[in-house]
Design a protein around this ligand. Sequence first.
Ligand code: BG6
Length: 309
Amino acid sequence: MQYDIDRLNRQLDADGQITYVRGPGDLVIAEIANEAASASVSLYGGHVLSYRRHEGQPVLWLSGKSWYEIGKPIRGGIPVCWPWFGAHPTDPSLPGHGLARIHCWEVLEAAAPAPGVTVLTLGLRNSPETLNLWPFPFSLRLRVTVGSTLRLDLTTENPGHRAITLTQALHTYFAISDIARIRVEGFDGCPFIDTVGGANRIGTQQGDITFSEETDLVLLECPGDACVVDPGLGRRIRIAKEGSRSGVVWNPWIAKSARMPDFGDNEYPGMVCVETTNAPGDEAVIDPGQSTTLTAIILTDDLVSARGD
Ligand code: BG6
């Protein structure tokens, strides 16, 4: 897609709170700044790259080795995995985590509805190219609300005549002090599928999730909030959600990091993914003419109220 940056800056700047620039790899980035926070969003992928409240530290992690190249996903931030999560269920030659993160999105709307709140709405529709990858008409909207919290609403409309079934994720990479010292709360008692090494070990999560090796858990029956508790940064990140009863918690650790060309060998201690999903087992089904929305709300605060810190 060809973007007219001058037009975007003239017409979709949310009262001067959004500036469109060319970033790495010549990708067009919406830089958002208001009284409360700042963020950046790549129009390629509909991909939130960064977010911070003015008084806080960066919330999202972005790899120093990421590609910024049409056709390849960006590593870090918040990839939109859609309309399938992970490998395609029947055709492994199709792109992992679906098509949304490797297509250019259109800017639909930009607004500044209240002091310290900026809303950027991006859209993606079916095209001959998407129909080759996924044979359904669709209209997808990502509403990014930047303020003292970061909120993402991903809405899929089904304009077609057949029901569609989605798996999807807001695949959030969080910046942390040290993977060995953090914990993830919120999944105690949830059934999980441990997918490390391609196995599918089934279990039930006991207590908080801590990390001492590669971790790749699909957690089910977990509609509540999750929290990343990070004593090293003195921070607690709460992830609230709507439209989701599953989640994924991932850190690649040493060997998998080394296998990924777009992930630095020594970067894994600084990140954890806590993903808001409709994972397999928690699919979203959309009847003709209907829509569904997956929402993640990210709130950060200091550790005063965190257990035991
Ligand atoms: C996670 C999966 O959601 O995404 C992992 O659970 C996967 O298995 C990771 O490795 C990253 O995927 P990708 O396609 O961005 O390398």
